[in-house]
Design a protein around this ligand. Structure first.
Ligand code: ADE
Length: 516
């Protein structure tokens, strides 16, 4: 017998899998169109009894000599509409087909308990370009049904009362589109849906693990690019472009692939980025997000766009406000608010920031949320308006201007910071990273590492060979973040805040080595 039984009659069920076979009925005026389901994994699953697939000719439910399935639209207009009476007869029949009881477990096999089994979940799917979008979530949902009946429309579609009638009769009805384009009928869409759904049923895929890492599953990222041998092909050498994949270090490989999944999704499907579930993102994912123009703040329902860019004149008021807001977070607890305020008034004033902005020896970078941050209902008060600045960094080069002066506000370089020569053996330039500050609402969201990486890059471009910073001795969190970015501790310094002496750790990095 052909694997695609093309009769409307309910045949004996195939051998059941652990959860019973998924019954699939496709009603169409082109039954042969569905013959491809006989092939490949779906065909094998049908032969193995994991799927019970029936294809029916809609014209079997017509009663006139011409086997008519369509008529002109009521109200006028182009094309033909499929008749509700023919569809009603077909669907009544198919939706009443006896289904094999699902022997979910040994206990359920007892007759008394079998009698109390829940009614099977029968779903009517009507493919249509005006339906809801069929996604991986839809496939996952429909893979849990006992019977899926697909009604393939042609022409202008099926009389709308068909969907209305079955939904009102208690049948679960889904009108689904596979994408924003118009096909000639539902058959090709049904092939797509059946393949996406059936492969999620237990036993259908040879290697169920391959489902775990693919696009549209889990966190909702696209899949990373994959490669196989030969390692070098037509001048594309993975040893040069993807050395991590050849390292044998599986933790690094996982991280690298995940980073690639994030950047691929950001470039190709920004709509998916905006729908990612932050609860499914780890710290590495968050950092990758910010490198790709998105940020997932703690408590936010979804990531929001992030722009890291040079500061502009128009930023000055907001930047001064941000600087004043974030500096206290980095101060030791023994400082009074008056001492901190006195420091801010001199060192982070709008005038100082304006001077920096006008000075080519200073690179001021800001992190902006162009769309702002919507308030999650559970964390009131965390919203930010479109264009909000949420982080900044400043790199101040130790070079003299025409008048022989150093940049305003440059701290004296501690003696522990040496200045190596440049890559060509000449020159050498020191710069202070002064510093990386992020709004408390966006802590641990990956903005600081991104600003830091940007600052190191900028410093490399400026020819800096010693990028140094001082950070409070007690601020272990900041030191750890700088260490992670490649800075190492070379000494300590004393640093005055509002007249009070604080002890700082001094850390340094050579941007020429890091960026090369
Ligand atoms: N029928 C015609 N176009 C379709 C689409 N995009 N999705 C589902 N069914 C369709």
């Amino acid at each position: 017998m052909n694997r695609l039984d093309q009769t409307g009659a309910a045949a004996a069920p195939s051998p059941a899998s652990a959860s019973g076979p998924l019954r699939l009925d496709v009603v169409t005026i082109f039954p042969d169109y569905l013959r491809v389901l006989d092939l490949s994994l779906i065909g094998r699953a049908h032969a193995d009894g994991l799927l019970d697939l029936r294809v029916h000719d809609l014209r079997d439910w017509t009663h006139d000599r011409h086997r008519t399935v369509d008529d002109t639209p009521i109200g006028g207009g182009a094309g033909m509409v499929m008749k509700p009476d023919v569809w009603g007869a077909a669907l009544d029949n198919v939706l009443a087909a006896p289904l094999p009881a699902a022997p979910a477990s040994a206990e359920c096999a007892e007759p008394a308990e079998a009698a109390s089994l829940p009614a099977p979940r029968r779903v009517l799917v009507i493919p249509t370009p005006s339906g809801e979008l069929f996604t991986q979530r839809t496939a996952e949902n429909l893979a849990g049904a006992d019977q899926l009946v697909f009604a393939c429309g042609r022409y202008e579609g099926i009389d709308a009362r068909v969907a209305e009638h079955y939904a009102a009769s208690g049948v679960e009805v889904h009108e689904l589109s596979i994408g924003d384009y118009v096909l000639n009928g539902g058959e090709a869409a049904v092939l797509v849906m059946i393949e996406a759904i059936a492969r999620l049923r237990p036993g259908v895929l040879g290697n169920p693990e391959s489902i775990v890492e693919e696009s549209h599953t889990g966190a909702g990222l696209l899949e990373y690019p994959v490669y196989t041998r030969p390692v070098a092909w037509r001048g594309l050498d993975l040893a040069a472009t993807e050395p991590v994949l050849l390292s044998g270090d599986h933790a690094r490989i996982d991280r690298h692939r995940r980073d690639q999944a994030v950047s691929r999704t950001a470039v190709r499907r920004p709509d998916l980025m905006a729908r990612l579930d932050p609860a499914r993102l780890d710290a590495g994912d968050r950092a990758a997000l910010t490198r790709n123009g998105w940020v997932a703040p703690a408590g936010a329902a979804h990531p929001v766009p992030l722009v890291v860019r040079p500061a502009l004149e128009a930023d000055l008021p907001a930047l001064a406000d941000l600087a004043a807001r974030t500096f206290p977070d980095a101060c030791p607890s023994f400082l009074t608010s008056e001492q901190i305020a006195a420091h801010i008034a001199v060192n982070l004033s709008p005038q100082r920031l304006a001077t920096w902005l006008a000075d080519p020896r200073v690179v001021l970078t800001v992190a902006e949320l162009p769309d702002g941050l919507p308030t999650p209902p559970e964390v009131p008060g965390t919203s930010l308006p479109p264009g909000a600045l949420v982080g900044y960094s400043a790199v101040v080069a130790e070079s003299l201007d025409a008048a022989g002066a150093l940049p305003a506000g440059l701290d004296p370089r501690p003696p522990s910071v040496g200045v190596p020569t440049g890559p060509d053996g000449v020159g050498g330039l020191a710069a202070e990273l002064s510093k990386v500050y992020v709004d408390a609402r966006l802590r641990a969201s990956g903005i600081a590492p991104t600003l830091l990486a940007e600052a190191v890059c900028d410093a490399a471009t400026m020819g800096v060979t010693a990028l140094w910073l001082g950070t409070n001795d007690a601020n272990r969190r900041a030191q750890k973040a700088y260490r992670r970015a490649g800075f190492r501790k070379v000494g300590t310094r004393t640093y005055e805040v509002g007249g009070e002496r604080c002890r700082d750790v001094v850390m340094v990095l050579n941007p020429q080595e890091t960026v090369a």
